[in-house]
Write a new protein. Structure first.
Length: 711
């Protein structure tokens, strides 16, 4: 009887265990870590999300945001059905409609526009998901087939990626798993604790083994606080600092002459350029002491050349978001070659690893479907979408934009010069469709909102820009309501528009197979079936990819001097390009708006993703601005007080945090808030401009002068 009672009591627990399944997934968000996830599913519902313990970069850990993914997946405000606008643009008032009505409306409008002016249609998408299948495959095919305007995808990384292309030949660098062996680690323009957590754990390992860690950042971030030293440059002056380091490396012969001779181009020209940047000149430009530059150059040069110890630079995209950002990345990227840091697997530089991955974009996106591939449609820069949507059209610009289809992005919140962006989307003659999970700021201006699946509800595959593993995302659960994947939405739209090309019927399994070239040497020894079975695969690369040159340039060398840039009429050598808005470059503007504003990612958000998750809201749960005590006293501002930040483009209300973490003359507005979640319906992009960088036509979010006053 006792035995029977024990068995009876525990039968339900046994049944519950058997009904649970583990599904392999990939974090879809715009983060270099590209974590492998282990998703626990019970009765077609996700009950837990963990990091995959046997995936080397992830090692079982997820950031706080993604660890709470179920809260986002099953959020009460999720869009579950197609919606049609019933109020004014910007009000966010909708009524539910059927998929049939939604597709008929969209297909009818796009077909009508495409017949007379296909370039008047613009797709607007970016990194809401980084998956190769759901990001821009079936959608790109549709817009190519229509002959719609192309989108210049510049909003995050194009200045840095262009710089790497002209220096290393592609977005390539050292491998993240070896940072723990470095003896000197330079964190340049990066807050790794917030935006690269799994690299930070390896940096902690390196510190325990005696490595020195130096942060170069205008702001004493969470990461900078935990480094051995912090050099706080003025925003937009990183290029001058890097050139000053070069000058001292050359003067003191902290150089690997053999590596330079064999594996670089243009050293003599670079040497002459660097002479301009004495410690005194650099100190004046960067707003630091000359001794700080001298100390850093000596540390970097002697560690690499005299001690022959591995030195690593983790460069991030924040420092390329000013007018001279492209050339600044070029300058920093030259440093490892000068000291021969690439010889060691724990040495070199990492900005992006995405260039290592063999991706068959032509098969995924089918540019051959363009009406005339030899003469493609115009390209509209996503970073100047405000100007583009407000343009009425002319011979230079082309026809005005009449329809925008937004997916994987939230431009009303994330694009610069937000006042103009909202004005453009508010046009009554602009037809706007948004594929979304929630009613974001951009949805408020949409004519039709379509409910899209989240990562655990569809199939995908991911490359990374922070490590060298492909990661597969298997569908874990059914989609709620009437949600459809991006690919299925564009399949159905193509069918409704009468596009009979066979490629519009290919399913996600086919798209995934087309995405990767398993015959590429980097994938040697792996089949698509094995990749699906294991869930991830590390690329076949040497531990130290550039120990003997073999950069991805045409001649396999690091290009200090870029002939390709010269042919474009641009400076072939790295140089300091001053910010557009600074005290030195624009003193009259600085007199009116004396504070340099940067708006780095808030720890709680991922761009605007997670910005509506209540448990992730920062404390205080309002937009803030961090200001140096001296700047606060000068303006009569106290900690916790409501203040107004403003310039000629706009103004917004914020809560002041008075702190010495910000250097004098600089203010920090952690971003990116949904505008509708802010007390005044605004965010930091109210103040940023549509000016572009020197290389890559990227935005200049951190090239921005403001004034801050008590509200």
């Amino acid at each position: 009887m006792r035995f029977f009672f024990w068995y009876y009591r525990y039968i339900p627990l046994r049944i519950e265990f058997r009904m649970k399944t583990l599904v392999k997934g990939a974090c879809p968000h715009d983060c270099p870590d590209t974590c492998a996830m282990q998703i626990t599913v019970e009765n077609d519902r996700v009950i837990k999300v963990n990091g995959a313990p046997d995936h080397e970069p992830t090692k079982g850990a997820l950031c706080t945001k993604v660890a709470k993914y179920t809260e986002r997946l099953y959020h009460a405000e999720r869009v579950l059905h197609p919606l049609k606008r019933v109020g004014q643009k910007g009000e966010g008032k909708f009524e539910q409609i059927s998929w049939g009505e939604a597709l008929d409306t969209i297909a009818g409008k796009l077909t009508e526009i495409a017949k007379r002016s296909p370039e008047s249609i613009l797709p607007y998408n970016y990194a809401g998901t980084m998956g190769l299948v759901q990001a821009d495959s079936m959608s790109a095919r549709l817009f190519h087939r229509l002959g719609a305007s192309l989108l210049g995808k510049t909003i995050c990384a194009s200045a840095g990626s262009t710089a790497l292309k002209h220096t290393y030949g592609a977005g390539v660098g050292m491998q993240m798993q070896f940072f723990n062996e470095s003896k000197l680690i330079v964190l340049w323009g990066t807050n790794s604790i917030t935006s690269n957590l799994h690299l930070w754990s390896r940096i902690q390992d390196a510190k325990r083994l005696g490595a020195k860690v130096v942060a170069i950042d205008p702001y004493r971030s969470l990461t900078a606080e935990k480094c051995d030293a912090h050099i706080a440059l003025l925003p937009g002056t990183d290029g001058a600092f890097a050139l000053g380091v070069m000058n001292l490396l050359i003067q003191n012969n902290w150089l690997d002459h053999d590596y330079i001779t064999q594996f670089s181009v243009g050293f003599d020209e670079l040497k002459e350029r660097a002479k301009r940047y004495s410690p005194e000149v650099v100190a004046d430009i960067c707003g630091i002491e000359a001794a700080e530059l001298e100390w850093f150059a000596k540390l970097y040069g002697e560690t690499a050349v005299i001690e022959k110890a591995p030195v690593a630079i983790r460069l991030n995209y924040g420092m390329q978001r000013s007018h001279g950002g492209g050339q600044a990345v070029r300058a920093v990227a030259c440093l490892p070659t000068l000291v021969g840091a690439w010889r060691n697997r724990a040495g070199g530089l990492l900005l992006s690893s995405s260039g290592f991955f063999p991706v068959n974009m032509a098969s995924l996106q089918r540019p051959d479907l363009l009406p005339d591939p030899a003469h493609p449609p115009r390209t509209i820069n996503m970073s100047t979408i405000g100007d583009a949507l407000c343009h009425l059209g002319d011979e230079a610009f082309g026809p005005k934009v009449e329809a925008v289809v937004v997916y994987n992005s939230n431009p009303v919140a994330v694009a610069p010069d937000s006042v103009k962006v909202a004005k453009g989307f508010a046009r009554e003659d602009l037809f706007t469709v948004v594929l979304e999970h929630f009613l974001t700021d951009t949805c408020d201006y949409a004519d039709i909102v379509l409910p899209a699946t989240m990562q655990m509800e569809h199939l995908d595959i991911h490359k990374s820009y922070g490590h060298t593993w492909y990661v597969v995302n298997e569908k874990a659960v059914s989609a709620p309501g009437e949600c459809l994947s991006n690919t299925e939405i564009f399949r159905q739209l193509a069918k409704k528009m009468g596009l009979a090309d066979a490629c519009f019927t290919e399913d996600d399994e086919t798209l995934l197979a087309q995405a990767i070239d398993v015959d590429h040497p980097a994938l040697l020894g792996i089949s698509r079936e094995q990749l699906r079975e294991t869930g991830w695969f590390q690329l076949n690369l040497p531990d130290a990819p550039f120990a003997e040159g073999r950069f991805y340039t045409t001649d396999g060398k690091c290009h200090f001097y870029s002939v390709a840039l010269e042919k474009e009429g641009l400076d072939p050598l790295p140089d300091f390009v001053a910010p557009i808005e600074s005290k030195k470059s624009n003193p009259s503007l600085a007199e009116k708006y004396p504070l340099a504003m940067i708006s780095p990612p808030a720890r709680n958000f991922m761009n605007t993703t997670f910005a509506n998750i209540q448990t992730l809201m920062p404390k205080p749960a309002v937009p803030t601005i961090e200001i140096h005590p001296d700047d606060a006293i000068l303006r009569g501002i106290k900690d916790g007080q409501q203040v107004k930040a403003l310039n000629d483009r706009g103004e917004l209300l914020l809560t002041a945090i008075v702190t010495p973490k910000v250097r004098k003359g600089v203010v920090v507005i952690p971003s990116i808030w949904w505008k509708k979640k802010a007390p005044d319906g605004k965010n930091a992009n109210e103040l940023t401009s549509q000016a572009l960088t020197d290389l890559g036509q990227a935005p200049t979010f951190y090239d921005c002068l403001v004034e801050v006053l008590p509200a």
